[in-house]
Design a protein around this ligand. Structure first.
Ligand SMILES: [Zn+2]
Length: 198
């Protein structure tokens, strides 16, 4: 049975997928009247009381509270929300690899992550910071060749100037695959990016 920590797709009032929340969070929004459940098959919406009524005869995938059963929602909608939840790009190895599309930023080779390294454009030994605009993906060969030089000194050029990724491009979420078939309607093909799978 799906638990309180399984995922619920969150739509804004325009029915655009903007977030993935835990069931716990979704239930809290539903209970407070801030969200409605979207039925996974016919996409009709339910408020807290109509959803608990509809859950009465549930045989599986429900949460039991003291006196009732509540079906675990797969999708909720925020009728009062028309924005997008901003996904802050975490500054870590994975997001830098994603930003640079697993491509060495010097020679352009696209390689599996095991064959790629992170390179400080201005080397740390020369005051270079660990920041979005100073770290790029580099293959082992280019990283070795560059050593403690600046790219120009090593006769190398960056494919593009590194910067902080501007995620999200159009929506607040990027998921590698939908948890439920019911999500597919709301996730455009652009988000089915296998590179992002964790
Ligand atoms: Zn390279």
């Amino acid at each position: 049975m799906a638990g309180l920590n399984s995922a619920v797709l969150v739509l804004n009032k325009s029915w655009v997928a903007v977030h993935v929340a835990s069931v716990r969070r979704a239930m809290s929004l539903l209970y407070r009247g801030l969200a409605q459940v979207v039925h996974p098959e016919d996409f009709t919406t339910y408020d807290f009381s109509s959803w608990t009524e509809a859950s009465e005869h549930a045989l599986e995938n429900y949460i039991r509270t003291v006196n009732r059963k509540i079906l675990i929602p797969q999708i909720i909608i925020l009728p009062g929300y028309n924005g997008f939840v901003k996904r802050r790009a975490a500054f870590n190895r994975r997001t830098i690899f994603e930003r640079d599309k697993y491509r060495c930023q010097y020679c352009g080779s696209r390689l599996p992550s095991s064959e790629l390294t992170l390179d400080h454009v201005v080397p740390r030994s020369r005051g270079g910071k660990s920041a979005w605009d100073n770290i790029v993906v580099a293959c082992v060969k280019c990283n070795t060749r560059k050593g403690n030089s600046l790219p120009g000194e090593a006769g190398m050029r960056l494919l593009k100037k590194p910067s902080k990724p501007k995620w999200p491009a159009t929506s607040g979420i990027r998921v590698s695959r939908g948890l439920y078939a019911s999500w597919e309607r709301f996730l455009s093909q652009a988000y089915w990016d296998t590179e992002l799978s964790e």
